[in-house]
Design a binder for this molecule. Structure first.
Ligand code: Q9C
Ligand code: ZN
Length: 714
């Protein structure tokens, strides 16, 4: 459906005319650096280019209207807008004097024009997405908007671009639920004030806070500011109390705080206050997240609102970091798979504290947080002895080389991901090509098969695979898998007779491990047992969803019951599957829908869409042969980059599902730190004997599992 890029060169005109160390970072080069890099990467050319228009007085009045006559923004002359209009004709002295009346603001004779273009660009983007002209997009704008208030400029922001876009989406398109995700490193207090009593706008912001010691020094930036009146629970603040937050902290915040609420909210549109001062190298933010992290944040948001995501530039002052991060965002909006994240996936203690307090503050208002926070976390004794650390994080062979962990701003750009993009993004390798499949034009239906002899050799250990139909399916699967391992194909789906699903999956795992995969994540739904011969060497993480009970036989062998309700399914994905997957950092993902998986198309699509964030999108989905063409079609489209359909209002998780998740979290979080949603208390006593089964202490059991496979970053 396409990605819009909204821009106008005129927005490079506004600039600081006098000396002001605080404001000088907001420069015209911010836009040109981002745009040049988009061109260099061939990304701009893939977008629908829209030339920004100016927002009208009425449109600005949606947010910046006079309190005396808020109902008729068009009839009256909004005082603040008039004030800004007058800056067009002021001299430098007067501009400077007016600028001083606001906090961290400069005016330029072109400011009014630029700020109207910035707001107009957001409106065009929202119109393009909501009329279906495009699926998503980015508005590259200056000045930014999220600090701007009804009648005040603030923090380089003149008109509140994102707030105006949200008000417009409500008024002109009749939307009822809009999610605003503010990943800029500053608190968008302007947006918060404008919607704090409005339950139709869910505003999420993380920001450098340092217990109130960082600009804009507001008490209401803390986690306990949750909105007012009807809007209680629709303001979500995640204050960072230390600098240096990185990829693991940001992903954990999305998985454990933003996304549970966002799914429950079920937005019709996602607006992103896309500031990149939260990226590594930025002088304002002093954070550590690498540009690839923004690909992941974008991809995680694309599973909401049917993929209708409108991002608008806010801050971002390190030109190199900004340009790269913008590219990552646009590339992901275009549907390209996200590059693997670098660095240890271990959230720091301070981040966990912040996430925990934000969850606690929001719990009264959100079902998805409730059951979880009232039950103490049963943790296994902290005496687990070591078993085996996962192999080094940089795989060799034909797989994509992940960038080295970045600590210095200068080091992260020297290591681009050198692997060429696969020529085919998605391949469908069903046993018999299906003409009823609805597929994007460049999804290939695979004709080829692995050589007969080779297929037979791989099948030999499994008697059940000797049958003709099983061999045919296996040959196709192996051919697809080889294409993925060689880097020609990014991902795909294959099918197998239901009766041999387990054996086929086993062969796929063995083949993957022996042909270049360093770490293989296998997500097996339904009745599929871990292959008995699979080595316990930490190279395979086996996760079965569909077991009878929750068990962690080792940190690499996890089973959980298949949740019945949508709420439980979301809990399972966000609270278990993705934290394990992001912590493991696989370079190949197999997801198998086995016997009795019971997944509806939309649920399967969501799982596939989210697993696509791992391993650079290298995901092979294995289906049962008699799955419907609808299921095969939706999975192929999602792996190709299409948004999964929204699940609609989600039912609550069942108490059993919550208990299973809590139990596994307790068992596994000493090893898999991405599971943590709070600091681990010293010694929780197991509350429920039924769930507190002792795990056998034989080799591979948790008692002998290794702690300290990773070291905390701070
Ligand atoms: N060193 C945006 O990013 N100065 N505005 C803070 C702390 C103001 C940031 C000083 C920063 C405004 C859109
Ligand atoms: Zn900012």
């Amino acid at each position: 459906m396409g990605t819009a890029l909204v821009y106008h060169e005129d927005m490079t005109a506004t600039r600081l005319l006098w000396d002001d160390p605080e404001c000088e970072i907001e420069r015209p080069e911010r836009l040109t650096a981002a745009l040049d890099r988009l061109r260099q990467r061939g990304l701009e050319q893939r977008c629908l280019r829209l030339s920004a228009r100016e927002a009208s007085k009425e449109e600005l009045g949606l947010v910046h209207s006079d309190p005396a006559s808020p109902a008729c923004p068009s009839a009256c002359s909004p005082e603040y807008v008039s004030l800004v209009r007058k800056t067009q004709v002021l001299g430098e002295e007067e501009l400077q004097a007016l600028s001083r009346q606001f906090d961290a603001i400069y005016f330029h004779p072109s400011t009014f024009h630029c700020a109207r273009l910035a707001a107009g660009a957001g409106l065009q983007l929202v119109d393009a997405v909501l009329t279906g002209a495009v699926q998503n997009g980015l508005a590259l704008v200056r000045p930014p908007g999220h600090h701007s208030q009804r009648a005040a400029a603030n923090g380089f922001c003149v008109f509140n671009n994102v707030a105006i876009a949200a008000a417009h989406a409500k008024q002109k398109h009749g939307l009822h639920r809009i999610l605003i995700v503010d990943w800029d490193v500053h608190h968008g207090q302007g947006i918060q004030y404008l919607f704090e009593d409005d339950p139709s706008v869910l505003y999420f912001s993380w920001h450098r806070y340092e217990h109130g010691r960082f600009w804009p020094f507001l008490r209401e930036s803390d986690a306990d500011a949750v909105g007012r009146g009807q809007g209680l629970g629709f303001t979500v603040n995640l204050p960072w109390n230390q600098v240096g937050m990185g990829n693991a902290d940001y992903v954990a915040a999305f998985l454990h705080l933003l996304l549970p609420l966002a799914f429950e909210f079920d937005p019709e549109l996602v607006l992103v206050s896309a500031g990149f001062d939260s990226a590594i190298g930025d002088p304002e933010g002093q954070m550590q997240a690498t540009p690839e992290c923004f690909a992941h944040l974008t991809q995680l948001l694309q599973v909401l609102a049917g993929g209708r995501v409108c991002a608008m530039l806010e801050g971002g002052y390190h030109l190199e970091s900004l340009a790269e991060s913008v590219c990552m965002t646009v590339q992901t909006l275009l549907g390209d798979p996200a590059p693997p994240l670098s660095g240890p996936m271990v959230p720091c203690q301070s981040a966990l504290e912040s996430i925990q307090s934000a969850r606690a503050a929001q719990a009264p208002y959100w079902k998805s947080l409730q059951l979880q926070d009232v039950t103490p976390v049963p943790t296994s004794p902290s005496t687990h002895s070591p078993e085996g650390r996962p192999p080094p994080l940089l795989p060799g062979g034909p797989m994509c080389k992940a960038a080295a962990p970045a600590s210095a701003p200068s080091s992260f750009l020297d290591q681009p991901c050198l692997c060429p993009a696969p020529s085919v993004r998605t391949t469908v390798a069903l046993t018999a090509p299906d003409t009823t499949l609805v597929l994007p034009p460049d999804v290939i239906q695979q004709e080829g098969s692995a050589l007969r002899e080779e297929t037979e050799a791989w099948a030999r250990p499994h008697e059940s695979l000797a049958r003709e139909e099983a061999l045919t399916a296996l040959g196709k699967l192996l051919y697809l898998l080889d294409g993925m391992l060689d880097g020609q194909v990014n991902n795909g789906i294959a099918a197998t007779p239901a009766s041999v699903a387990a054996a086929t999956l086993d062969v796929a795992i063995q083949r993957g491990l022996s042909h270049g995969a360093q770490r293989l994540l296998c997500v097996a739904l339904g009745q599929l047992d871990r292959p008995p011969d699979l080595a316990h060497d930490g190279r395979t993480l086996w996760l079965n969803i569909g077991g009878k009970e929750a068990t962690a036989l080792s940190m690499f062998h996890v089973c959980t019951p298949l949740p019945v309700m949508t709420g439980g399914f979301l809990n399972c994905i966000l609270g278990l599957v993705l934290p394990l997957a992001y912590g493991f950092q696989p370079d190949l993902v197999l997801v198998a829908l086995g016997p009795g998986h019971g997944l509806q198309g939309p649920h399967a699509a969501l799982l596939a869409a989210m697993l696509r964030g791992l391993a650079g999108g290298r995901v092979l989905a294995l289906l049962e042969e008699d799955s419907t063409p609808q299921l095969a079609g939706i999975l192929a489209r999602v792996l190709h980059g299409e948004a999964p359909p929204s699940l609609g209002p989600s039912s609550m998780a069942s108490p059993e599902d919550v208990q299973a998740l809590m139990y596994l979290r307790g068992q596994l979080q000493p090893q898999w730190k991405m599971l943590q949603v709070r600091l681990i208390a010293e010694a929780w006593l197991c509350p429920g004997a039924r769930l507190c089964r002792r795990v056998p202490s034989s080799s591979g059991g948790l008692k002998s599992a290794k702690v300290g496979a990773f070291t905390p970053q701070k």
